[in-house]
Design a protein around this ligand. Structure first.
Ligand SMILES: Nc1ncnc2c1ncn2[C@@H]1O[C@H](COP(=O)(O)OP(=O)(O)OP(=O)(O)O)[C@@H](O)[C@H]1O
Ligand SMILES: [Mg+2]
Length: 348
């Protein structure tokens, strides 16, 4: 079994199955094969931070790391840093300065997923990498990440954006800094108007002005956001993206993988790989217990795993097996799993 390298590789799956470890090992394997690799994690748990020794300022910046004697570029997503990069690249400094945008782009501020897509696209556009390997958050969060692409489109489809844009032009012409409530009143219902007025009063700050400005600024940066949409097609394409749906031999995890795939079937193309992690087969083969109850334990473990593999092979087009690494050290896990990736590397 060999795997061809594509421009994007996505690791997804439910919690704790080994996505981050396998993605890191894969990135390492590709870089050992001479590929220019960027490993991006949008996993809020940030296990990679410890694995790669990335601290403080390195979060949100592409950093060259050395792992097990190989060099690799890695990026731990930070939405705030992405906003700053967008502001710079698209020359829209207000994007980084507006208070509402700042709140939205905090981790868990609501723009995390959209900004991840924009970041992936910006990094790929830099032309510095042959492959971008993406480590995603567990289960349902991963679906949010994919669905963010649709959200970008619907946000910019809204007619109300045009209204805010119009308001902005009016105030710019009048040379005023503050947006007039008079114009807003014409467009919005009494209920909403009451609410806005109330917010204006209780915040004491220029909340409404900041809000309108935030919408305008985001709209001005729409090219950057919409570029994320072109990524959607690339990720869906067989020739551009390898999808690795990760699961492990633990109880119930495989069923979760089947369910996750059916939820995401409109994103994951047909040539995806199921990665079965933490297999015990090899270890069990070399284990020869004398005591009868241990012989039973061995037979039971082997039987369970064989049954699981048989079932998965019926449901998934390709199943890649990775062993349980008998060690407590995450670095050992990566090292052994990188070795395993070698056996799936393309020939020549
Ligand atoms: N093949 C393996 N053998 C032994 N331990 C492993 C193996 N793969 C991963 N691990 C260990 O399992 C733990 C969970 O792995 P990892 O963080 O990669 O999972 P994850 O799917 O990214 O988790 P999360 O859903 O929290 O992001 C880590 O301690 C990792 O070192
Ligand atoms: Mg993880």
């Amino acid at each position: 079994m060999t795997l061809s390298t594509k421009s994007f590789e996505i690791f997804c799956g439910t919690g704790g199955v080994g996505k981050t470890t396998l993605a890191t090992a894969r990135a390492l394997n590709l870089s050992q094969n001479g590929k220019r690799v960027l490993l991006i994690t949008i996993d809020p748990a940030r296990r990679l931070k410890d694995l790669l020794g990335l601290q403080g300022d390195a979060v949100g910046e592409v950093t060259e790391v050395e792992l097990l004697g190989s060099k690799l570029h890695a990026l731990l997503m930070s939405p705030e840093k992405t906003i700053q990069r967008m502001a710079k690249k698209y020359n829209t400094p207000d994007l980084a300065n507006n208070r509402i945008v700042q709140i939205l782009s905090k981790p868990y501020g609501g723009m995390n997923e959209i900004l991840s897509m924009v970041e992936v696209q910006m990094q790929f556009d830099s032309g510095s990498y042959d492959v971008v390997v993406l480590d995603t958050p567990p289960g349902a969060h991963f679906l949010d990440f994919l669905e963010s692409l649709g959200k970008i489109r619907s946000f910019f489809d809204q007619n109300f954006i045009e209204i805010f844009s119009y308001l902005g032009q009016k105030t710019a012409k009048a040379g005023k800094k503050v947006f007039g409530m008079g114009i807003i009143n014409r467009f919005i219902s009494t209920g909403v108007r009451k609410l806005l007025g109330y917010l204006q009063n209780v915040t004491g700050a220029e909340f409404i002005d900041d809000f309108i400005q935030a919408i305008q600024i985001i709209y001005q940066s729409r090219d950057a956001f919409l570029k994320g949409l072109s990524l959607q097609d690339r990720l869906k394409s067989r020739s551009e993206c390898n999808w690795f749906l990760v699961t492990s031999v633990e109880q119930g995890k495989a069923q979760e993988a089947v369910e996750l795939r059916s939820h995401a079937s409109h994103f994951i193309h047909e040539d995806h790989y199921l990665v079965l992690n933490k297999c015990l087969e090899q270890e069990l083969k070399s284990w020869n217990p004398d005591e009868s109850h241990l012989i039973q334990v061995k037979a039971s473990l082997e039987g369970k795993e064989q049954l699981l593999k048989k079932k998965l092979n019926e449901v998934f087009p390709v199943v890649l097996e990775f062993p349980e690494v008998i060690s407590l050290s995450p670095t050992d896990h990566i090292q052994h799993l990188t070795e395993r990736w070698k056996s799936y590397a393309p020939q020549g």
